[in-house]
Design a protein around this ligand. Structure first.
Ligand code: S3P
Length: 429
């Protein structure tokens, strides 16, 4: 696909719904008792993977185009699926479902596309096995298809996490909600806390003290009304586009600002972006962010900020190509096991457009500013690499051809239309 061209980005955009919260709204809705309604559900492929998976487990879920309604069955009301469940590209779906299915009395097999079937699952299987769950990967590997044999009586666990991962943490929490007794999880670094927050929203109990999480099971949750805020990970593409394209001025509304997700805002501020945050609604954890192009300076990004911006690192790398000086990204080896190896994909695809970017064992080193040029690039099947390359393409007058552009649909089906609208100075509702 020939990517959209623009001289600047201007206008207003209501950011699409948060992917992490949309997944969890279906999961909690299915596991609660009573009805859950979800407004502003993200209609992307990944979230539909979750929705369809729970329908296959016997949960009535309807969609009137505006609101998703889930008739919750409780932890003990899921039914065996008739066939193996296709999870598509979604790591969040498969890993969180492993924790949910660990406490069920029936067997389920979960598999995905080529990318998902290569992603590591021991990080979830090992702690769940300690809780007594029976799980196995394809031909005794740690890779999908994963079969969860189910075990009604799970044991609580005390577990120090070897990786900073909200997916792993959430899988253990879902199992712990079904186990009899108190589980303690110690995070390597604090990661996104949507699971913990939604347990409380659905009437359950969980306590957090720094990196220590305590949860006692079994618990019963109650259906709720969920309104999903916008996804800061989707907003990141326009925050960056506006920051680096001359004469740009974009206002982003309904941006989710859960503090475990706002590392990108800290980075933009430290680099010197002309950005202001308005109308903060702490109840819905959302805000309006206005951003204009400005001079930027390279910085070092490492340590405990990494989980707060893990999905934004490819677009932050592009941001760094336009900043003065050197940007060093460290402690981000987790990028290697995302939808693609995002260290290699970011470096190699941006090099094709002329960027001065070098991959390292745990991150990237970028020297800027660099004038990018046209070329032929690929998303490699990774939505965030595809969207990053579209924003990169705005910086050159020459053509950029993107292979595998359709990958963006897992989190942002209308992405290219929205870029076109802002390139024309319009409003995305
Ligand atoms: C997610 C957690 C992160 C993130 C992913 C969504 C979640 O993965 O990269 O896009 O919703 O819990 P890890 O937990 O593997 O870091």
């Amino acid at each position: 696909m020939k990517l959209v061209k623009a001289t600047h980005l201007n206008g207003t955009i209501a950011v699409p719904a948060d992917k992490s919260i949309s997944h969890r709204s279906i999961m909690f809705g299915a596991l609660a008792k009573g009805t859950t309604t979800v407004r502003n559900f993200l209609r992307g492929k990944d979230c539909f993977s979750t929705l369809h998976a729970f329908q296959k487990l016997g949960v009535p879920i309807t969609d009137d185009g505006e609101t998703i309604t889930i008739e919750g069955q409780g932890f003990d009301g899921l039914k065996p699926a008739e066939t193996a469940i296709d999870i598509g590209n979604s790591g969040t779906t498969i890993r969180l479902m492993m924790g949910i299915l660990a406490g069920q009395s029936f067997e389920t097999t979960l598999y995905g596309d080529d990318s998902l079937n290569r992603r590591p699952m021991n990080r979830v299987m090992l702690p769940l096995r300690e809780m007594g769950a029976i799980l196995s990967g394809d031909q005794n590997t740690e890779f999908p298809p994963i079969t969860v044999a189910g075990k009604e009586s799970l044991l609580p666990i005390t577990y120090t996490m070897p990786v900073a991962s909200a997916q792993v943490k959430s899988a253990i929490i879902f199992a712990a909600l079904q186990a009899k007794g108190t589980s303690t999880i110690i995070e390597k670094e604090a990661s996104r806390n949507h699971t913990e927050e939604m347990i409380r929203q659905f009437g359950g109990n969980i306590s957090t003290e720094g990196k220590k999480i305590t949860v006692t099971g079994p618990q019963t949750l109650q259906g709720q009304e969920v309104i999903v805020p916008g996804d800061i990970s989707s907003a990141a593409f326009f925050l960056t586009g506006a920051a680096i394209m001359p004469k740009s001025d974009v206002t982003l509304t309904n941006v989710g600002i859960n503090p475990t997700r706002t590392g990108i805002l800290d980075v933009l501020e430290e680099m010197g972006a002309d950005m202001s945050i308005h109308d903060q609604d702490m109840q819905n954890q959302s805000a309006t962010i206005a951003i204009r192009s400005s001079e930027l300076t390279g910085i070092t990004i490492s340590g405990d900020i990494i989980p707060r911006l893990i999905d934004e690192l490819p677009i932050i790398a592009l941001l760094a190509t336009q900043a003065n000086g050197t940007t060093v990204i460290k402690d981000a080896e987790e990028l290697k096991v995302k939808e693609t190896n995002r260290i290699d994909a970011t470096a190699e695809e941006l090099q094709k457009l002329g960027a001065d970017i070098t991959p390292t064992a745990d991150g990237l080193i970028i020297h800027g500013p660099t004038k990018l040029h046209g070329g032929q690039v690929s998303s490699r099947g990774d939505h965030r690499i595809g969207m990053m390359l579209q924003i990169a393409a705005l910086l050159t007058d020459e053509d950029v051809e993107l292979d595998w552009a359709e990958a963006v649909a897992v989190s942002y089906p209308h992405f290219f239309d929205d870029v076109t609208t802002l390139a024309q100075g319009g409003e995305v509702k």
